[in-house]
Design a protein around this ligand. Sequence first.
Ligand SMILES: [Zn+2]
Length: 265
Amino acid sequence: MGKRFGVATRRRSQAQALDFSFWESKGSSGAVAASPPSSVPMVSAFADNRVARAHPDWVQVGPDGERGDRSARYFDWSTLCPTRDDVFRLALFWATQAANGNGLRLDDVNYARQGYCQCEECRKAIAQGGVAPEEFRRTRIASFLRAVRSEVKVPLYLTLYPDPYPGHLERRFGVDPDVLSELVDTFIVPIYDLAYSTTYWLEALAMGFADRLRRPFLVELYGLDVPEERLRKAAEVAMAYADGVLIAYDRDDAKVLRIRDSVLG
Ligand SMILES: [Zn+2]
C-alpha cells in the first residue's frame, strides 16, 4: 500500500481539499460537530468536559486522590473513568453514532496517567477481580475496543500517546498495542511540536513505533503556525518510518497542499 497524506481539521474547506481527512466529531470539550461525508470522524472516548461537569463522580482519580480534570496540573481537559459502566456505554454510544463509511477514529481510549484511576468504582472492581491494577486497566481498555469493534464494521483508527518504549503505554495508560492490534486497523501517533526546529526526537519516536506496532500507523504533526519548511522537513522524517502523515489544525490550506505534493511526490 502506498503512503498516505491527510489532515485532522475543523475546517470544511480543508476536509474537501484533501481526499484523506479526519474531522473532530466529538472532542474532549464535549462539543459535537457532524463529520462531512468525506471525512473520518474523530471521537474522544474518555475525555469530556461537559459530561464531567454534569457527573463529577465520573472523573478519574489519581493515586493521591487528585482529580483527573482541569483543576489538576497535568490536564487540559476532564478525564472520565472507563471502569464505570455508564462511561463505557456512553463512549460506545458516541463511537457508534459517529462512525461513517470512511471509518472511525478514537482518541483518549485510556486511563489518564500512571496510577489512575483510583476512584471508588475502580478500587471496588480491582478488589473483586483479584488482579493487579495494571492488568485490570489493560483488560478494561481492550474490552472497550472489542465492544466498539463488534458494532463498528468500518476501518478503525486508534490514537496512541507518543511513547513507544516497551511497557510504557501499558503501565501508564492501560493500553497494550499488541493486544489492540487484533482490534484496530491503523494506529495514529500525534507527535506535536510548535516549531519542529529539530527532528531527531521525532525520528526516534517514529522509528520506535515502526519497530513496535504490528499494524500500519500514521504520524500526526501539529501544523498551526509552524513555518512551512520546518513542517515539510518534519513530514519527510515521519514519512520515512510511518505509513502516512497527517497535519493537524493548520489553517493554511495552500501550505498543507504544497507539503502533501512535496512529501508524496
Ligand atoms: Zn475509576
